[in-house]
Write a protein that binds this ligand. Structure first.
Ligand SMILES: Nc1nc2c(ncn2[C@@H]2O[C@H](COP(=O)(O)OP(=O)(O)OP(=O)(O)O)[C@@H](O)[C@H]2O)c(=O)[nH]1
Ligand SMILES: [Mg+2]
Length: 286
């Protein structure tokens, strides 16, 4: 997807959330001023046994994406073959450990675009919303954060218990980090690639969105919340466990706020799979 980056039209659906100035915050204006005339959009799709959902996911993607990267989590169905049949130019990356966090880290490391979109493959995230996220970035945000609970957003998927847990965890983050987030644990986000060193995604599981949101805020980057509608998962069942993963999210919030020494798990290396070849290492990420 290539979006004209020369005009300054406001993103109609974006709600700007500005954080206190930090050294890295200046990156926004520099990037906007120096940006290339086009934005190359990379989409990262983590998959774990989503073969049946992929036709729906790919049908919703805009035609002019720069690249689509699928990160497969050792699926036991034919997710990878189905993806290649549906989207012949797709790049398939194999993750190095287990979990969605590690999958995204591996996918991010493989991206070569200007903007990265995180898209779930269960049919809940609508690819047709991608231009709205990109527009928020083009209008000046570093990070376009999807929200089911901003005006105009919604969910057909989230249960009462998860909504409650998300609200509680979101409130804690807002209190501890001075943020104004409305939806902490949502997987649909997009960001300029210069955010990657600040995000330094080095967790493995479903706490990944929380880790990213916190580190983006700590870095003082500009966030725009983008209302998004989460549809129900079409086939299969959720990999998320409300209590186990809620606990991981809470630990992440506390660790990021109070730990003197941050976790030092290295970011992922990239192992890219060619259609007819084995696994090879494409490059390591600093
Ligand atoms: N590569 C990879 N993808 C994963 C892994 N776990 C989950 N995913 C993918 O991450 C996306 C989100 O996972 P879901 O199981 O739908 O969990 P969720 O959307 O956070 O939670 P729900 O709201 O219950 O659906 C889906 O595309 C999954 O296939 C994993 O370990 N590896
Ligand atoms: Mg889901």
């Amino acid at each position: 997807m290539v979006i004209d980056d020369r005009t300054d039209a406001a993103a109609p659906h974006a709600v700007a959330v500005d954080y206190p100035a930090a050294p890295s915050a200046s990156t926004t204006s520099e990037t906007t001023a120096e940006a290339a005339p086009t934005l190359r959009v990379s989409v990262v799709i983590p998959t774990l046994n989503e073969a049946k959902n992929l036709p729906h996911v790919f049908a919703g993607l805009p035609d002019d994406l720069y690249e689509v990267i699928l990160v497969d989590g050792f699926s036991t169905d034919d997710t990878v073959d189905v993806a290649r049949a549906l989207y012949p130019t797709i790049r398939v990356v194999e993750q190095t450990r287990r979990g969605k966090g590690n999958a995204l880290s591996c996918g991010f490391a493989a991206c070569t675009g200007d903007v990265i979109v995180m898209l779930d493959a269960d049919g809940s995230a609508r690819g047709t919303e991608i231009p709205r996220f990109v527009e928020a970035l083009r209008a000046g945000a570093d990070f376009a954060k999807g929200s089911r609970f901003a005006a105009g957003g919604g969910s057909a998927d989230i249960t009462f218990l998860r909504r409650l847990g998300n609200w509680g965890l979101n409130t804690i983050v807002n209190l501890l980090y001075g943020t104004c987030y409305t939806d902490l644990c949502y997987g649909y986000n997009a960001f300029r690639t210069h955010c990657l060193p600040h995000m330094n995604v080095n967790c493995d599981g479903f706490e990944v969105e929380t880790l990213i949101n916190i580190r983006i805020a700590k870095a003082g980057l500009r966030v725009a919340e983008v209302p998004s509608f989460e549809a129900s998962r079409i086939h299969g069942s959720s990999n998320l466990n409300t209590f186990r993963d809620g606990w991981r999210v809470l630990k992440t919030i506390m660790t990021e706020r109070f730990a003197l020494v941050q976790a030092t798990t290295p970011q992922a290396a990239v192992y890219e799979m060619e259609p007819d070849a084995g696994l090879y290492q494409d490059g390591a990420v600093a």
